[in-house]
Design a protein around this ligand. Structure first.
Ligand SMILES: Nc1ncnc2c1ncn2[C@@H]1O[C@H](COP(=O)(O)OP(=O)(O)OP(=O)(O)O)[C@@H](O)[C@H]1O
Ligand SMILES: [Mg+2]
Length: 412
């Protein structure tokens, strides 16, 4: 009955997963704060969403973008910046496409036509143009701002329409110059205000309906902060994604338990796939707060059998298949960390949970006091969201904690 083709789980694919869990605060931030405020002409900062690999940064903004498209907004595709590529070309091209889709009157409006020409040059020459011209014309990036503002104006005229930009993998923008110019370009468009006449002959300043989402690994905060400091913080609000709560995963699976998940059989008829409550609990336990592990455990449980009911045994058999992939998911996170932070986590994991204090961790690492490990501890907490510096310290990233201790959910 259930086939690989009909599985609604999607570990690692570039879609919005059908089995969606949590992130209600971030979704509501878009629906209830950013969108309505910007549409009303009230300024609202851009958003930076950072977090360790696999926590669902790209997926979250992809979902927001999909909702925006549904609402009729003008949305760029997710602009992923592979390392070593030219982010400027990517953004310039996307804005040109958006202008076309939005029907900006390029032909009729000479000024607009010229602006588009400049952006077009930028979309072809990219960074080389920006740096070549930087000496005599420091405003190579300002054409991006201008075009964004034009798009914002058109969206405001159109009514009830937002312009939404999503740039992903921001940590891959390796040139500090390019990064700071890009942040300035977006930031300037976000703070831009226009004078509009209101009844009674007065003029008021309104912000344009533009929203910018930047996503990437936590390192991006350092890169942006180093160059832009306070300006960046004033223009972008940063969120560090943390793991998803067990209740949210459980709720996401509830439709399987109560009504069954509807699928289309190869014969074209509808069938429903159910999940035993025991199997539901087991998937939640195996996921350890990680959306990637959640999709993986669900997918493999689905693949483990063919009947209409997914059992606890299916989940167990599936997890056996997923073992290597699940472990390497956490290994990738650990491998990325600087050695000092990795050593910190290992030392912390070796201690009994109630013994995990700064002093004991420092001692294990061979220090007489907690001072030398302070910076690592702070980064792992506030920048990465991997630990919580409570009394005692604890792992916020449960999968990392489980991997380093003997708590990893192996097969019973
Ligand atoms: N809210 C969610 N509910 C259910 N599954 C989710 C959710 N968010 C993400 N996922 C799943 O988790 C996996 C990882 O998501 P995603 O690729 O967005 O992570 P990321 O933080 O962008 O990782 P990376 O840093 O590697 O780019 C995907 O398989 C995705 O389907
Ligand atoms: Mg991503």
């Amino acid at each position: 009955m259930r086939t690989p083709l009909s599985s609604p789980f999607s570990p690692g694919s570039d879609t919005v997963p059908s089995v969606w869990a949590g992130r209600t605060k971030q979704l509501s931030d878009w629906h209830d704060v950013i969108r309505p405020r910007r549409l009303a002409g009230i300024p609202e900062r851009g958003r930076t969403i950072l977090g360790e690999a696999g926590l669902g940064k790209s997926t979250l903004v992809r979902r927001i973008a999909a909702d925006a498209v549904q609402a009729g907004d003008w949305v760029t595709p997710q602009l992923r910046i592979p390392s070593g590529t030219d982010p400027l070309k990517r953004v310039a091209t996307a804005l040109l496409d958006l202008s076309q889709a939005a029907g900006l009157p390029l032909k009729r409006d000479r000024q607009l036509g010229e602006l588009l020409g400049k952006v077009q040059q930028l979309s072809v020459a990219g960074v080389s143009m920006a740096t070549r011209e930087a000496r005599d014309r420091p405003d190579a990036y300002s054409v991006l701002t201008e075009l964004l503002i034009e798009l914002g104006r058109a969206a405001r005229r159109h009514g009830d329409t937002m312009v939404l930009i999503h740039v992903d993998e921001m940590q891959n923008i390796s040139s500090p110059d390019v990064l700071s110019q890009m942040l300035i370009a977006f930031g300037d468009a976000l703070v831009h205000e226009e004078l509009e006449s209101v009844p009674g002959g007065r003029q008021v300043a309104v912000a344009l309906p533009i929203a910018v989402y930047l996503t990437g690994l936590p390192e991006f905060a350092d890169m942006a902060g180093a160059r832009q400091g306070a300006t960046f913080a004033r223009r972008f609000q940063t969120t560090i994604l943390t793991p998803i709560g067990d209740e949210d995963f459980s709720a996401a699976l509830q439709p399987f338990v109560t009504k069954g998940w509807p699928i289309l059989t190869p014969q074209g008829t509808e069938a429903r796939i159910f999940l035993e409550p025991d199997a539901q609990r087991y998937i939640v336990e195996l996921s350890q707060g990680e959306p990637f592990l959640f999709q993986l455990a669900g997918q493999q449980a689905w693949f483990a059998g063919v009947d209409t009911v997914i059992t606890r045994d299916d989940v167990r058999a599936g997890w056996g298949e997923a073992r290597v992939e699940a472990l390497s998911h956490v290994e990738r996170i650990l491998e990325r960390l600087p050695e000092s932070e990795r050593a910190f986590l290992r030392a912390m994991a070796e201690l009994e949970p109630d013994q995990r204090t700064a002093t004991s961790i420092a001692q294990r690492l061979g220090y007489a006091s907690a001072t030398p490990i302070g910076p690592s501890a702070q980064r792992l907490d506030t920048k990465r969201g991997i630990i919580i510096r409570g009394k005692p310290y604890d792992f916020r990233h449960r999968a990392v904690g489980a991997y380093l201790t003997s708590d990893w959910p192996d097969l019973e």
